[in-house]
Every structure is written in C-alpha cells, then in structure tokens.
Design a protein around this ligand. Structure first.
Ligand code: DC
Length: 221
C-alpha cells in the first residue's frame, strides 16, 4: 500500500507523514531529503548546478540511502551521514537547481518507486500523487496559509538561529512556493483524486487523526 502526501513547505506534511508511517508500521519516504542529498553532494564536489549532464552523471555515481527509522532515521550519501547537513540554508537555497532538472527527476522517480516496491510506504513530497505514485491507494494534499506555515518554520529555529526574522522566513517561503508551483517539471500540484486538507487551524494530532480516519474508511470499503 502506498499513501502519498504532498504539499508546500510548512504544511505539516513531513511531521504527519513520519508519524503516520510510525503508527501504521509503514516505511517513510522523504523525497525532499533525496533532492537535498544530491544538492549537498553537488555543492561538495563543485559541480555546476545549472548543467544537466553533469548533474545526471553525478546522480548516477551517487548512492542515496535511508537507514534507521522513526526518530533515528538517517540520510546517507555514499555512506556518509548527511541528515543534518542537508537542512542547512545553503542546501535549501540551492535545491531548486536540482529539483528543476528533468534528468535528475527521472532518476529520482525510479529510486522512489523502487523504495516503495519493497514494502508499504508513506511517501511525502511535491509530486507523489501526481507523478511518482499516480495509483497510490490514498492521496493527501496538505496546505496551510502562508503566515501559519512561516510561523511553524520560524518556531523550528533554535534560539541561537533567531537572528533570522519572521519576515525573512515569510519572504523565503514565498520564493520557494513560487519555484515549487511554477517549475516546468512536476510542479507542486494537488492530484485530482487527493484529499485536500487545510491545516492552518489544526494541530498535528488532529491532522493525523483525520488522515487515519480516511485510511480506515478506505480499507473498510
Ligand atoms: O520537502 P523539502 O523542503 O525537504 O524539499 C526540498 C526541495 O525539494 C523543495 O524545494 C522542493 C523539492 N522537492 C521536489 O521538487 N519534489 C519532491 N518530490 C520533493 C521535494
């Protein structure tokens, strides 16, 4: 069984997808982490982020793996643990070069499908319901007002990182939303058969329970 969860940054989809996978005993596929992992490696190796051929070659020479589970889930690039490094602002700011490269996306999709073919999966990203898993048993599109999404993201920064202002976070999010929704390749979009959920006024537990109810309903049908 595949459960596809898509949505913009800060919609709560990562937290919910992780909790859902844990609750159901499914594998959790964080596809954003895969794009981030290749971005990290490309930056590390000084590969031109605008050169499709170089990025595709790099991808062919790179192993991206997930090890562990739940809170202990790690992302490895060629055996190196990059779980923390791929969340650095430098990676976040450059990941769009990688995620907008058709040859890279093509390769990522193959890996993502292979991952899900090996067991029940909660897959999270931007194009899970539309492109990667069009036949997923259940699809969700999580959304929230931008002010709330920025508030959540701002709240995640540790006190020492708070020289970043809330206004900066909103501005950043607007840029990411625009890039995600307007790119040529697999833009962020709700699949017509996905359940839309506005999480602005909901807690994570409320979102999780709504999703669990929908899944229960689907299994009973
Ligand atoms: O979910 P995230 O912020 O970790 O994703 C990082 C970037 O990767 C994000 O800017 C959009 C891109 N992405 C994508 O294009 N397709 C996916 N399936 C997942 C993420």
């Amino acid at each position: 069984m595949i459960i596809a969860i898509d949505g913009p940054a800060g919609s709560g989809k990562s937290t919910v997808a992780r909790m859902l996978a844990k609750r159901l005993g499914f594998k959790y596929l964080d596809t954003g982490a895969m794009y981030r992992a290749l971005t990290w490696k490309a930056m590390q190796e000084g590969v031109n982020l605008k050169e499709e051929l170089a990025l595709c070659q790099l991808m062919d020479q790179t192993t991206i793996e997930f090890r562990g589970k739940d809170e202990g889930l790690n992302v490895l690039v060629d055996g190196v643990n990059v779980t923390k490094k791929i969340r650095l602002p430098s990676v976040t700011n450059n990941v769009h070069f990688i995620s907008d490269t058709p040859g890279v996306r093509h390769r990522m999709v193959k890996l993502q499908r292979k991952f899900a073919s090996e067991g029940n999966t909660v897959a999270e990203g931007r194009d899970m319901g539309t492109v990667v898993f069009p036949d997923a048993e259940k699809k969700f599109f999580l959304d929230a007002e931008i002010e709330e999404r920025a508030r959540r993201r701002y709240g995640e920064f540790k006190p020492k990182d708070k020289e970043v202002s809330y206004a900066d976070v909103i501005k950043d999010m607007e840029i990411r939303d625009k890039r995600d929704t307007t790119r040529n390749n697999s833009p962020l979009m709700k699949s017509s058969d996905a359940i839309y959920m506005n999480t602005t006024k909901l807690t994570i537990e409320e979102v999780l329970n709504l999703i669990l109810k929908e899944i229960e309903f689907a299994v009973k049908k």
